[in-house]
Every structure is written in structure tokens, then in C-alpha cells.
Design a protein around this ligand. Structure first.
Ligand code: FES
Length: 192
């Protein structure tokens, strides 16, 4: 029995025709697979490779490079907090500490007891002007504060109406934030 449903595999097979380079279909294909399963299993990655007629090692390489793809279960809502230089200078460490306390985890990718939340630290998301910033699921949030984090958690728990934030309104004299910041990339492990 296949890991992915027939209709998802069909959608994946149709993707290469939409790109000048058929290999470019690998990220949207992995995205579809992850959306269906919650995370990418080895079987799902093999099926994506077969459906796109790509080498399985290449597909796995893409899945392991981008933090957007999860190889193990994560929370229903996943925070990708940028902790690169600009965000670090503007307090991303405090944001991460506050987030960990608020969702009750101690490690990246640990899932909160209620299964709702997890987080990880990622490389620059291309919106340094609005540091500290992060991606939560498919939305981007800028100029983070502990209060903003708590509001978002309450929204996801259904305790507050969802406001969402794709592109923050730029304060006076600041440019608009990027509409499509970079895909999250994994933080490199510090040198031993
Ligand atoms: S350093 Fe955080 S968005 Fe660039």
C-alpha cells in the first residue's frame, strides 16, 4: 500500500509540466506529500521521487536541506524563528526562550504535550528590516515581542480570533517587508 493517496500522486505527476526545469517540481511535490501526512516518511519521499522520475537521493537531499520539511512528526503549528544576526541583535534569543516557556518545550522539534506546537531556529528569512521575525505555519510575523507570541498562541488555541500576518504594514519611513521571504533553512550545528 502506498504512503501517499492516488490523488496526491496524480497531482505530483502533473507538477513538472508547470516549471521550465522539471526538477523544480520537487519542493511543491514534497510540500503536497507533507501536507497529506504531516511529515515526510522515507516511503513518501521514494514515492515523490518515482512520481517525478527523479533520483531518490536528490529528493531526500532537498527534504533534509530545508527546515520547511519535517522528517519526524512536529506540532500541528510549527514556529520557524529566525536567529540569524539581525534577529539575534534584536532579541531573537529572548523570543525563543519565551516561546519555549509558553508552549512548554525545552528543545527544538519537541512537540508540546497537547500536540499543538513545536518550534525550531532557522537561518535568515530575508526580512532583516523587521527583526526579530519568524514564520508560523504558512504566515510570516514581524517585529516580534513576547506579547505577540502569546497572542498568536492564544489564536491557535482558539482563545482569540485569528488575525494573521503575511506582510506587516511598514512603520513610517520603512520599506514594505518581503511578500515572500525565503524558505526556512536549517540552522547549522555550531562547530565543535
Ligand atoms: S536575520 Fe532574521 S530575517 Fe534576516
Amino acid at each position: 500500500m502506498s504512503a501517499l493517496s492516488a490523488h496526491i500522486l496524480e497531482e505530483i505527476r502533473e507538477l513538472p509540466a508547470k516549471y521550465p526545469q522539471p526538477r523544480s517540481a520537487v519542493m511543491p511535490a514534497l510540500d503536497l506529500a507533507q501536507e497529506e501526512l504531516g511529515h515526510l516518511t522515507p516511503e513518501a519521499m521514494s514515492e515523490v521521487a518515482a512520481a517525478l522520475e527523479l533520483d531518490a537521493g536528490y529528493v531526500e537531499g532537498v527534504a533534509t536541506f530545508y527546515t520547511l520539511f519535517h522528517l519526524a512528526p512536529v506540532g500541528k503549528h510549527h514556529f520557524y524563528v529566525c536567529t540569524n544576526l539581525s534577529c539575534a541583535l534584536r532579541g531573537s534569543a529572548e523570543i525563543v526562550d519565551h516561546l519555549k516557556k509558553s508552549i512548554g518545550v525545552t528543545e527544538p522539534d519537541e512537540v508540546s504535550k497537547d500536540g499543538m506546537f513545536s518550534y525550531e531556529e532557522v537561518e535568515c528569512l530575508g526580512a532583516c528590516e523587521f527583526a526579530p521575525m519568524m514564520r508560523l505555519d504558512h504566515r510570516f510575523h514581524y517585529d516580534l515581542t513576547p506579547e505577540k507570541i502569546d497572542t498568536l498562541i492564544s489564536e491557535k488555541r482558539g482563545l482569540l480570533p485569528a488575525s494573521g500576518e503575511v506582510a506587516a504594514k511598514p512603520p513610517e519611513g520603512r520599506p514594505a517587508p518581503p511578500r515572500k521571504p525565503r524558505t526556512p533553512r536549517k540552522k547549522k550545528a555550531p562547530d565543535a
